[in-house]
Design a protein around this ligand. Sequence first.
Ligand SMILES: Cc1cc2nc3c(=O)[nH]c(=O)nc-3n(C[C@H](O)[C@H](O)[C@H](O)COP(=O)(O)OP(=O)(O)OC[C@H]3O[C@@H](n4cnc5c(N)ncnc54)[C@H](O)[C@@H]3O)c2cc1C
Length: 406
Amino acid sequence: MSTDYDLVIVGAGMVGASLALALAQSGLRIAVIERVARDQESQPSYDDRGIALSLSSQRIFSAMDVWSRLATVANPIKKVHVSDKGHFGKVRMDAASLRLDALGYVVIARELGGVLLSSLKEYENIDLICPASILEFTNTDKQYSLSIEADGKRKELNSRLLVAADGTHSDIRAQLGIQASEVDYQQTAIVSNVTAEFSHENTAFERFTEHGPLAVLPLAEKRAVVVQTVAAEQAEYFLGLTDEHYIEEIVNRFGRRLGSLQRIGKRQAYSIVQVQSDQQVANRAVLLGNAAHTIHPNGAQGFNLCLRDVAGLAEQIQQARESDVDIGSQMVLDAYFLSRKADQATVSRLAHGMGKWFYNTSLPKSLLRNTAMTALDIFAPAKTHLIRRGMGLSGRQPLAVRQSVL
Ligand SMILES: Cc1cc2nc3c(=O)[nH]c(=O)nc-3n(C[C@H](O)[C@H](O)[C@H](O)COP(=O)(O)OP(=O)(O)OC[C@H]3O[C@@H](n4cnc5c(N)ncnc54)[C@H](O)[C@@H]3O)c2cc1C
């Protein structure tokens, strides 16, 4: 016996779960298949990383009716301070000067996951099947047929559309025969949560140093997430330091603007790669999120970009449904990709540029960077443009994002 779905999403990480929620009210029958149980340490999407959400993400989550819950665990970013250690350049941004409540928000990935997965369970048209593994799948020009194993039993599912939201090293992408190109930056991001002596006043800091960039994202009270990017060959050294010495390293790079730091949480390391799949839509299948494009985390745009893709895909699917068009048809999938490719290309290019340029410590590059930062700080229209881009509000965007605030 097979169960028929309109849509099967593989991966209930940040992106897969968000797509199911974006379509929750559509009446479509949706299955979300997740390999790793939510509360397991090995759950790759929902760990202790702090995720900076842009205003575009806030709007999309509001449209999904999820923001009111997320707001209870999200901390606002009211100011942004970008600096270069030992140099003159600075860029400062302030929500109040733009008459905004916040420039963005920070949420711990695990808490984001808690809100998304518990929201999914409220919809009768969504089946979250977890933990489950895909044994095999085949497709015709009408549907996909999947065999999965869950609760020790084999189950058969049919679906008109298959969405692969299974992360950077997507198995589904490989099984669909879609190639992807990869850039290994030879950099490692080390993430830890600290408590500071002084209030961060809801400021997000990005500081470039001779050893690589360091970001400090504000959490509630005096807590903050520290993301330190180091050369891959130095990662072992930084991970092996005692908490006391690691804090010294952070203070060396960041300075004492938040006073002394303490109560460091577990350090987590992420190898930084860029992955771009050659194709994002194929016969009745869409690659979404990191499976479609994984970008450098400098600038904190990865998930924000993916969520705009989620909103774009949900919009096309809704429109198709309302017009009685097959949601898996090539016309619908092509319209989705066409609507998203410009934003994807711009953000990926920027993230790649930041990953390389801001890691570069040579004097000419450093001078150029500082001059550009100073010019940007003084020239208001350029700064507003940068803020709009950082908030995910520039260019052609899905309906859920389109509202003018600046
Ligand atoms: C250090 C770091 C900091 C970051 N900070 C930010 C930030 O501040 N702001 C921001 O916007 N972005 C940030 N990002 C990017 C963000 O983490 C990614 O964009 C996001 O995780 C992509 O989510 P995803 O659901 O596509 O993939 P993943 O998070 O990898 O989730 C994939 C899911 O699919 C499941 N899965 C995999 N294979 C299968 C299978 N065969 N069957 C079933 N399930 C499967 C996995 O278990 C997982 O749950 C950061 C990234 C890093 C590395």
